[in-house]
Design a protein around this ligand. Structure first.
Ligand code: GDP
Ligand code: IMO
Ligand code: MG
Length: 427
């Protein structure tokens, strides 16, 4: 049962979209499993650059069926906008299927997200303000609206009436926000439901049937394990579970059906939004990584914070996810930096930690312990195999493998879909 999961192993934006796109050429299915339009996955091709927020990154391959799984919080307007943009560029969405069980980002969710962030003041999480957190909170509180609800106008009005009354009362009482109009919202959602109905399906059973026939299935995680609601830098996290277990749940795949988990890491680290970041660089090297690595949010355009590769964090997320392979991206961005540093431990109050601490105040205080490796001056972006990389670059890769105990199977040396090397030496 060949299911492969692709996950972020840091704080997001590791280049998951590019990796999924490269696998999708030979995939039967790509399933996006969690998150919402807070995600931004980039694929660079000869036809131009594509930025996907909700649509799975396999959509450019016509033979691949792309599924938005039940674990995704679906913003119908953003999705329809993405579909329209793809059509305008000549990309078909005929193979797009959406789980009827997806919860919807409702018009009040981004509003609530913004108001809550403002109320947090200096403690703001730095969310993408796409309504992600409020939508998942409502889902768990059992006052969510699902895709299956809006394709049936009668069911929609029955379900929306009490939910909207409660939401209006809450937003009014806490933030003095004017109420949303019930009739206007019902009509708007019914119209969206009509457009989305042709894409809606019982995707979980379609995928299970395909797996019975040995289909080649890839699961595309959004965000990353360090943003996980349970295992990330809580409360500076997202509101879903971007771990291997979490994306199984979101995709409708059983853990026993998975045989490969690919953890994607940048050759350095970036983070967008607030929260601990032990290896953060606020000096000229950090600025160089941001500018040279084009580290600006795919979804919000915010500058990303940057820092050295953190093997403590990477090992922690690899273990939690049961990673079998590493995809190391943006390797080319380290070209010309000497030395290159890897954080191999955290020191806290004189003790050495081998994994991130659970308490955020401790996390803020840890001092990274660095190992310095020689840099390389030769550019790597034109390399077509591992053996063509400079010796120091190959040593950097092997050191990461040693520290994590997992093979680096792919190395990204540029944004284009073809700039992806096999991490194994030819010998
Ligand atoms: P995702 O959210 O994990 O899919 O990653 P994003 O698309 O948000 O951010 C990754 C950025 O790095 C995008 O602009 C990609 O085009 C780019 N990228 C991906 N892999 C590489 C690589 O190996 N080298 C370089 N230079 N850029 C890359
Ligand atoms: P991809 O899939 C990077 C971050 C936000 C914020 C925190 C909570 O492209 O890797 P949210 O809007 O989810 O409530 O914000 O999570 N965040 C991401 N950071 N990449 C992402 O997605 C992210 N999705 C959310 O910046 O710190
Ligand atoms: Mg991204």
């Amino acid at each position: 049962m060949p299911v492969t999961i692709v996950l972020g192993g840091q704080w997001g934006d590791e280049g998951k979209g590019k990796i999924i796109d490269s696998f999708a050429a030979n995939a039967d299915f790509v399933i996006r499993a969690n998150g919402s339009a807070n995600a931004g996955h980039t694929v660079v091709t000869d036809r131009g650059t594509f930025k996907f927020h909700l649509i799975p990154s396999g959509i450019l391959h016509p033979s691949c069926i792309c599924v938005i799984g039940a674990g995704v919080a679906l913003d119908p307007e953003t999705l329809l906008g993405e579909i329209d943009q793809l059509h305008a560029r000549g990309v078909s969405t005929a193979n797009l299927r959406i789980s009827s069980r997806c919860h919807l980002i409702m018009p009040y969710h981004p509003v609530q997200d913004r108001l809550e962030e403002t109320a947090r003041g200096a403690d703001a999480i730095g969310t993408t303000q796409r309504g992600n957190g409020p939508c998942y909170a409502d889902k768990v509180a059992r006052r969510g609206i699902r895709l299956v609800d809006i394709v049936d106008p009668e069911q929609l009005t029955r379900r929306l009436a009490p939910i909207l009354a409660e939401k209006n009362a809450l937003l009014q009482a806490l933030y003095n926000h004017p109420p949303f109009d019930f009739v206007e919202m019902s009509e708007r959602l019914a119209a969206l439901g009509e457009r989305l109905a042709p894409y809606m399906d019982d995707t979980e059973m379609i995928v299970q049937d395909a797996l019975d026939q040995s289909a080649n299935v890839f699961v595309e995680g959004a965000q990353a394990a360090m943003l996980d609601i349970d295992y990330g830098t809580y409360p500076y996290v997202t509101s879903s579970s971007p771990t291997a277990a979490g994306v199984c749940q979101g995709a409708g795949i059983a853990p026993t059906q998975v045989d490969r988990v690919i953890s994607v890491y940048k050759a350095y680290v970036s983070r967008v939004g607030s929260g601990a970041f032990p290896t953060e660089l606020t000096d000229s090297v950090g600025a160089y990584l941001r500018e040279h690595g084009a580290e600006y949010g795919t979804t919000t355009g915010r500058p990303r914070r940057t820092g050295w590769f953190d093997a403590v964090q990477a090992r922690y997320t690899a273990r939690l996810n049961g990673a079998t392979d590493i995809a190391l991206s943006k390797f080319d961005i380290l070209d010309g930096i000497d030395p290159v540093r890897i954080c191999v431990g955290y020191r806290l109050d004189g003790k050495i930690l081998s994994a991130p601490p659970p308490r955020i105040a401790d996390y803020d205080r840890v001092e990274p312990i660095y190992e310095d490796l020689s840099g390389w001056n030769t550019g790597t972006s034109a390399a077509t195999s591992f053996d063509e990389l400079p010796l120091a670059a190959r040593r950097f890769v092997r050191r990461i493998e040693e520290l994590l105990g997992i093979p680096v199977t792919w190395i990204g040396v540029g944004p284009h879909r073809d700039q992806l090397l096999d991490g194994r030496a030819a010998d």
